[in-house]
Design a protein around this ligand. Structure first.
Ligand code: IMP
Ligand code: MG
Length: 194
């Protein structure tokens, strides 16, 4: 049952100077993904589901979640980048890697690591909607509480968290910490790193 996730990852003490505390433990994430996977399996029964992961943050979530979904699945990825801090207010997102396949008529589930202002997600949803999928829903591991600037309909939401900067389980600060098996709060909220 257990995939012994994170056995090779460095212990919390290694990052003691940078990390304030563990917010979501590896086994809590595992339990949540099992729940979400079951729900997704029920909801998409009999339909061809395409998971679209948003790189890089969602790569670990995508991999673990997919193995909790008992349906034939197809995968695609997009990579996006913020225009520095301006993005947080403007919502302008640069597409670094577009989809490999057409999504017209497909059931698409967009897999995101975290929703902060919500602007990245809003942009992506608008962009994907123009390609006329049969359906388009969102699965996000985390949503920061009370700070979204836009109304978003997130069908599958893992954890609601305080509006602090977090790392681990795919999320980075300056490209590091992604391989932590848990989600941790940084000691100091750094400026947005994209
Ligand atoms: P939004 O457009 O403000 O919702 O920001 C979404 C993107 O910013 C996410 O996909 C992450 O890449 C990044 N991000 C937002 N908050 C955090 C955080 O707390 N830690 C790491 N990355 C974050
Ligand atoms: Mg990032």
């Amino acid at each position: 049952m257990s995939r012994s996730r994170g056995r090779l990852a460095a212990p919390v003490e290694t990052y003691a100077d940078d990390i304030e505390n563990v917010l979501i433990k590896a086994d809590e994430i595992e339990a949540k993904l099992a729940e979400m996977g079951e729900q997704i399996t029920r909801d998409y029964e009999g339909r061809r589901l395409l998971l679209v992961g948003v790189l890089k943050g969602a790569f670990i979530l995508m991999s673990d979640l997919a193995r909790e979904i008992a349906l034939p699945l197809e995968f695609d990825f997009m990579a996006v980048s913020s225009y520095g801090s301006a993005t947080r207010t403007s919502g302008v997102v640069r597409i670094l890697k577009d989809l490999d396949f057409e999504i017209s008529g497909r059931h698409v589930l967009l897999v995101e690591d975290i929703i902060d202002s919500g602007l990245t997600l809003l942009y992506l949803l608008k962009y994907l909607q123009t390609r006329t999928p049969a359906s388009l829903e969102v699965c996000a591991l985390m949503r920061k509480k009370g700070i979204q600037k836009v109304a978003l309909d997130v069908r599958y939401e893992g954890f609601e968290i305080p509006p602090r900067f977090v790392v681990g389980y795919g999320l980075d600060y300056r490209q590091r910490y992604r391989n932590l098996p848990y989600v941790a709060v940084m000691r100091e909220d750094p400026p947005h790193s994209g």
